[in-house]
Design a protein around this ligand. Structure first.
Ligand SMILES: Cc1cc2nc3c(=O)[nH]c(=O)nc-3n(C[C@H](O)[C@H](O)[C@H](O)COP(=O)(O)OP(=O)(O)OC[C@H]3O[C@@H](n4cnc5c(N)ncnc54)[C@H](O)[C@@H]3O)c2cc1C
Length: 609
């Protein structure tokens, strides 16, 4: 009987305690409904804490030419115009207020000499726009939101994993999960649920993402009947650490390039000048001196090509490596130490501006970045696709199910600009919290179906019974996870082609069968093998969604590059790819036309070209 499990009751349940979840929880609490939060990790340890470079908002504190219209048009250009334009508009308009609100709540941003919020340059942003705290912006964001949330009395269930959403008819009425420490099942009954579970990077072998980014939210929503959009758009950040192997994939912030860091191949050539896309030529420096002047704050200089969008820089690095011009460990060189030619006390300046990078390289790779170049290469970083939501309310296509942050799709289109995620979290986290609270108020008590709970519990325990019945001979979950990461990295990675993705889908189907047979051993208390066995379903679901969507988009755009369709296709530029679970349980794919953009937004884009 389901009543055997502890049941917690909330008006609004938030799944995930990163920036999006915390901001949603604050807003729902402010609307005076009962809010509960669940997170896999400890409070304060969500992946958001790793964010480094900053939060994009057109505050115009450093350059008064900035404003929401420029931010909107930069976001649309970066996303190559398949963004949800309404989300891009709301984001650009509301981000400044969300940043000032954080400041009022105690966030200590870096300052301009006259006491305003300091903003730094980042790829694809026309003006210095990223509010930051050194290179530890995510930590400050999480700390501030947590303080505020705790004051408002949010109830937090840390180290709990949700394995399925519960439904009453069409409506989501809660979630079912277990506490990781003791392995006990719990029911979370709620009138509205907000998914804020972050990204999917752990489905790839090389990733900057933390351990809990296994695509749970995208998969929970999908299995509950929600639609996913544009899952093919995965961002490979150009600069991850590549050496030593134990830290492969760990992020090297774009802030390094914003502060003047340059990319060179093994011959010392600044190869980024060799390939500047046509639509960025007018805004990009055509010589090294102008690039430096931009980083040094000259308002009339154009940005260096190292600060072109991430998808482009990642592909240029890959090209250098494939052409045999890479660094000893298969990447290229990123050099910030060269700025000693330009400024006195460069070493101190680098340590002050990029303290985490300095320590990261010294401690992990024995490289002093004030004196020598780093070795870097692309790493799976972010997914632009995700749960399809209403742009204003953040409700998914399933009543009562809301979503915010990286788990959603829309704002970033085919490619996210750096810094636009942290502002996304607070802009749309707030909206999700507000509308989830409203939904909870307007709808009656949530009913939980005991059969759904019992079925979920039975399935979750199956790996243990297989462990007991096979006497230690069955395959464990880690081998399946490893093979999936290899498959996604090699066959649905930075450069894609049809026959490889077909092979990937075939591989994923076989991995699904193997995942259905994996066994785990021991008891339920903090059993990582069991946790991984349960994560596999989510990782496989999002991987299939990525591969199917990538096959459907027969062109190259943003994070999605196809060797067999290297150009953009005008028809594809007018559609999103949607996947959903069909009646028979198989994944379905369709092309969804993008609604016509209002004339005033079109005009803004024209004016900003
Ligand atoms: C190293 C690094 C640096 C970055 N720097 C920047 C930057 O400078 N600027 C910027 O804009 N972006 C940056 N990003 C991207 C940005 O940090 C993320 O996109 C963003 O933090 C995601 O926030 P979120 O709230 O959506 O999810 P997350 O912060 O990932 O939080 C997800 C939460 O959901 C929980 N969860 C997941 N699954 C479950 C489940 N099944 N049950 C219960 N709980 C669950 C997790 O435990 C966690 O609490 C960076 C990313 C990385 C990796």
């Amino acid at each position: 009987m389901a009543t055997n499990y502890e049941t917690l009751e909330y008006d609004v349940l938030i799944i995930g305690a990163g920036g999006a979840g915390l901001r949603a929880a604050i807003e729902a609490s402010a609307a005076r409904v009962k809010v509960g939060m669940v997170c896999k990790s400890l409070l304060g340890k969500a992946h958001t804490v790793m964010a480094e470079g900053g939060m994009a908002a057109a505050l115009a504190d450093v350059d008064d030419r900035d404003g929401w219209k420029v931010h909107f048009s930069d976001t649309m250009r970066g996303g190559q115009y398949v963004n949800n334009w309404r989300m891009a508009e709301l984001h650009a308009k509301e981000a400044p207020d969300r940043v000032r609100e954080l400041e009022a709540w105690g966030a200590v941003f870096d300052r301009t000499p006259d006491g305003k919020i300091l903003q730094r340059n980042f790829g694809g942003h026309r003006y210095p726009r990223l509010a930051h705290v050194g290179d530890r912006t995510g930590l400050e964001l999480i700390r501030t939101l947590q303080d505020q949330g705790i004051h408002l009395g949010i109830e937090v269930n840390m180290e709990h994993t949700i394995v399925t959403l519960l439904k009453d008819g069409d409506r989501v009425t809660g979630a079912f999960g277990y506490d990781r420490e003791r392995g006990r099942f719990k029911i979370f009954r709620a009138k509205a649920v907000v998914l804020a579970t972050g990204g999917i990077g752990r489905s790839y072998k090389i990733s900057s993402n933390s351990w809990d980014c296994t695509g749970d939210g995208q998969s929970l929503a999908y299995h509950a009947g929600a639609e996913l959009v544009d899952m093919e758009f995965v961002q490979f950040h150009p600069t991850g650490m590549i050496w030593p192997p134990s830290v492969t994939g760990m992020l090297v912030t774009e802030g390094v390039r914003g502060e003047g860091g340059v990319l060179r191949n093994k011959d010392g050539r600044r190869f980024m000048f060799d390939d500047i896309p046509e639509n960025y030529k007018a805004q990009t420096a055509d010589n090294e001196e102008e690039g430096w002047l931009y980083c040094a704050g000259d308002r009339n200089a154009r940005r260096p090509p190292e600060l072109l969008t991430r998808d482009h820089v990642a592909r240029c690095i890959r090209r250098e490596v494939q052409a045999g011009r890479g660094s000893p460990h298969g990447g290229v060189f990123l050099d910030i130490s060269w700025i000693k030619e330009k400024i006195p006390n460069a070493a101190e300046h680098i340590k002050r501006k990029l303290p985490s990078m300095y320590h990261q390289f010294l401690a992990l790779a024995n490289v002093d970045i004030t004196r020598e170049p780093m070795e870097v290469g692309p790493t799976t970083h972010y997914i632009m696709g995700g749960v399809r939501v209403n742009s204003d309310t953040q409700m998914s296509t399933v009543p009562g199910l809301f979503a915010a942050g990286e788990v959603t799709a829309g704002l970033h289109g085919a490619n996210r600009l750096g810094g636009n995620s942290l502002s996304d979290l607070v802009v749309f986290g707030k909206r999700a919290g507000e509308y989830a609270a409203k939904f909870a108020r307007e709808h009656g008590a949530a009913r939980v179906n005991d059969d759904q709970v019992e079925e979920a519990a039975r399935r979750a325990l199956e790996p243990f019974s297989r462990g007991a019945s096979t006497g230690g001979n069955a395959e464990g979950p880690y081998q399946v996870q490893y093979d999936l990461q290899e498959t996604m990295q090699n066959l649905v990675g930075i450069v894609r082609r049809e026959e490889e993705m077909v092979r990937a889908l075939d591989g994923i189907a076989k991995l699904n069968e193997r995942a259905g047979r994996v066994a785990v051993y021991g008891h339920r208390e903090f059993n990582p093998g069991w946790h991984t066995a349960l994560d596999l379903k989510h990782m496989l679901t999002v991987s299939e969604a990525i591969a199917r969507s990538a096959l459907e988009r027969k062109e190259s755009r943003g994070g999605h590059f196809r060797d067999d369709f290297p150009g953009k296709d005008a028809a594809c530029g007018r559609m999103n790819v949607v996947v959903w679970k069909g009646a028979g349980g198989a994944m379905q794919v369709r092309r969804q036309p993008i609604p016509e953009m209002p004339a005033e937004l079109k005009q803004i884009i024209e004016e900003m070209k």
